[in-house]
Design a protein around this ligand. Sequence first.
Ligand SMILES: Nc1ncnc2c1ncn2[C@@H]1O[C@H](COP(=O)(O)OP(=O)(O)OP(=O)(O)O)[C@@H](O)[C@H]1O
Length: 618
Amino acid sequence: MGSIYDKDRQLEISWERSQSYGVDPSYVDNDLLTGGELKDRKERLQELFQACSPILEQLYSQLKHSLFTIIVADPDGYIVFNRGDSPFLQRAKKVWLDAGANWSENVKGTNAIGTAIYENRSVSVVGMQHFTQENHFLTCYSSPLYSPAGELLGILDVSGDARRHHPHTFGMVVAAAQACQSQLLFHGAKKELTLAIQETETVSQKLNQPLISIDQNAIIQQLNQKAAQILKQPINECIGKSLSHWFDHHSIDHLLTTQDSKSNIRMKANSNIWMTEAIKDDRQKLFRSILSLPTKSHNPTENDPAQTTWECDKAQRVLQFARHTSKTDTTMLIQGETGTGKDVIAQDIHHTSEREGDFIPVNCAAIPESLIESELFGFQKGTFTGANQKGNIGKIKAAHKGTLFLDEIGEMPLSMQTVLLRLLDNKHITPLGSHHPEPVDVRILAATNRDLTNDINENRFRKDLYYRLSALTIKLPPLRNRTDVLTLANHFLEKMSLELNVKQFYVDDPTRKQIMDHQWPGNIRELQHTLRQAVYQAYFMRESTHIKKEDLQLNEQQSQDDANGTEHERIAAVINETNGNLSRAAKLLGIGRTTLYRKISLYPQLHQRISQMRRGSL
Ligand SMILES: Nc1ncnc2c1ncn2[C@@H]1O[C@H](COP(=O)(O)OP(=O)(O)OP(=O)(O)O)[C@@H](O)[C@H]1O
């Protein structure tokens, strides 16, 4: 016997190991699995069997009637599969060369399966090379089965009568094990490809939305720019991070364990709800979850609700009330000074509602009185000559099943107020040029920065319309009364660093104190503008993301106000000159119409002047 092992030093070492394990060569104390345990272990190798069954079949057909049995053992040495012919199978069973038995070296001593596992290589053990005497009648050839990533999945073994030993059979086993690895690679790639196609399909249906793709451990795999803006970090810094940085952990647990393919998940910062869609493989194992934040508006603006912050208690209470009522279709009046977030909250209400239609904003101050009816109610083909011959469905119909946001409702001319009242009463519209009223399902949100009760007293606003519009009312606090100026400031700085694609802008302690102590006006845009200026100052002048006190230029706010004063007067003069025609005014001022509307929205005095002009009181 000694001479055999001199030839094969490896086997000699294996024998030494077997002795050190205390294996008795004349008596084997077998380790056998119960039925349930065997099933579990086999299931763990299900992917291997799925991918490699054609190879095992082929090997079997080559060895059929040759008194060999084909075995697959798991990485712990337990046989989980065997297929062969009697009468050899009968003899094999006597030594527990059978499903459920453990053939690792520490149970059976030197044998092809156990030694191949220990040495992590292909091994043949013939006749008396086996450590235990009861196995001397066997010849066994084993080769490790690896995953494409090189992980040991198990052992492929062919065992038979020692008298039939032939190196050719060993070669066949090694070749079959290698073929299994290639097959696994192919199978895995095919599966990944199928899942990746599913992922792409799911994603492509939601291309306009913020999207995040996570794996089965809630680790971010991919995301788009819109999502990165909401997570407030550059894309490459989000990838590889756990979703728990941003999302509530209870909802993450639910997402990872639910059987439902669609679910939702809540953000920690602003309680926004994202929709999730699971992509599962053929064994229902989660491959990816795609998180999306549906934006119902066709034209997502900077006021995308996902990109806002509400840490001030007062503002938070208003938001919560608005969200609670979002499922109703009751008309709501949103009040607040210029730039306090009326548009933001209107979009949020629409976003939280379950209304399937679009969010359609209408700036009542920006549409000339002569056009307002056709803009809202639409007109039929052929009603007008010229460019508008095709007809127009109008904003109200465009908001069917969605939300119509009537911004600056206080600027609506009295004649239109009457028409709007009719709409609120009967929920029907009759487009210009038509005689057929059509039913519409819209939720109306109206906003104003004016004191409408005052306008009612001065007969500029219909009392009955006011009561219809203000079935529900909310009032947004001005910036000066908000306690979250610093959070808002950080929020804007984060947005700006993402816009410029640079590291996060930050303020030092003295600057922070200055922001907190400053007497801000009501308009959040002022804070935004000051910070934008500071960011440009720091970044373009010093190539730094550190914002210092001097960058803020708050002390110069007064002179800024003076400059604004002159600008305001210039705009007012031109508007006077053009008799309130804003398109002409924009041309004369050399700015776009949108810029002019924005500037007007910054100066309440201008607002007032324009509405007075429209009402003919100037
Ligand atoms: N809660 C918020 N979080 C972050 N940004 C906000 C928030 N509220 C308002 N803003 C920002 O402040 C600016 C003004 O907001 P918005 O346009 O909604 O105000 P508004 O009251 O509708 O203004 P206007 O009276 O001029 O129509 C926008 O740039 C908006 O993105």
